[in-house]
Every structure is written in C-alpha cells, then in structure tokens.
Design a protein around this ligand. Structure first.
Ligand SMILES: [Zn+2]
Length: 179
C-alpha cells in the first residue's frame, strides 16, 4: 500500500489540522506504540482510543508520534501515523507486529506449561526459560532471564492467568517492536 492509495481528502484533512496546530506536516516519528487492550482488566471490553488527528474513535493500537521541533507528542491511529511519518508501510508493519504480539499474549497462559520438580510451571519461549512459581494458595511470582515480577499492572499475581501475563511482559516485551 502506498501513500497514494489513501483517500487524498483524508490526507488533506489531517494536514489541515496539523497546520491549524502550527505543527510540522512531515518529519514525525513513532516514539512508541501501545495496545488499548493492555490497559484493560477485561480483554473482551476494550475502551478504544480516539485519534487526535482525524478523530476516528476506533483506535486500538495507539502510535505516539513525536517531532523534534514540536512541543508535544500526538497520539494517532495507524493511517494517521503513516501520513505523519510519510511511510504508510512502516506504520502498517508496526501495527501488524503489535497485533501478532497481542495474539501471542492472549495465548500465553494456554501454552504447554510443564510442572517442574519443585511444582512450579515452566516453559521455553523463544529460547528463554520462563518460570511461574506458586508460593502456595493464590500467590504467584514469575521469573524470566534473571528478572522477577510479583505484580501485573500493579496487581498482585493471585491467579495463573495474571502470572502468565506478567511473565509474557518479561519474555516478549513491547520494546522489541521497534518503531
Ligand atoms: Zn487518525
């Protein structure tokens, strides 16, 4: 998909808004990207984000765009990100990697966890040993590559699924998706 396959009226509308803000039309880059589903307790009820540039209210993956000569970041959806950075393919690729990661995360608790000698769960994921330790009752901790987590989004790991998500964040960090 090239820049020219995007509705030119849409592009003009986005650029008009940037001009109204006194913001540059090009030279933006993606500082980071996040998934609105990651902000939710319940992944089936995702509060979607409204793109700051085109006002589309259906954004799940938020591209946070920065420009060295502009005072603040602008948080947008995929197409607007592509317009701002002048590279739709790059924005789409970022979005695709995020979608795939979201699928991996959702599937992570359901992988083939093995119980080890100590009664803890483990698996090898992308070459890394991932451990979920049950301290008895509803107390879990996770261990990946020398890093330990006791919490997921500030909450104690009181069930296996939460523990698996915490382990996933260590084993498959979002930072690996290079903007
Ligand atoms: Zn937009």
């Amino acid at each position: 998909m090239s820049m020219y396959e995007i509705d030119s009226a849409y592009v003009r509308r986005c650029q008009k808004r940037l001009r109204e803000w006194g913001a540059p039309l090009s030279g933006w880059y993606c500082e980071y990207i996040y998934d609105m589903a990651d902000e939710e307790e319940d992944p089936d009820h995702i509060d979607l984000f409204t793109c700051e540039l085109c006002d589309c209210s259906q954004v799940r993956f938020v591209h946070v765009m920065r420009h060295d000569e502009y005072f603040e970041t602008v948080s947008v959806g995929c197409i607007c990100a592509g317009i701002m950075e002048g590279d739709i393919l790059a924005a789409r690729e970022r979005e695709r990697l995020m979608k795939n990661r979201a699928k991996r995360k959702r599937n992570f608790p359901h992988r083939q966890w093995r119980k080890n000698w100590y009664g803890n769960y483990q698996l090898t994921y992308r070459g890394r040993k991932v451990f979920i330790n049950n301290k008895g009752g509803n107390r879990y901790s996770v261990y990946v590559d020398g890093r330990i987590a006791w919490r997921y989004k500030g909450k104690p790991l009181d069930n296996f699924v939460l523990a698996a998500y915490a382990a996933f964040e260590l084993a498959d960090p979002i930072e690996r998706i290079r903007p």
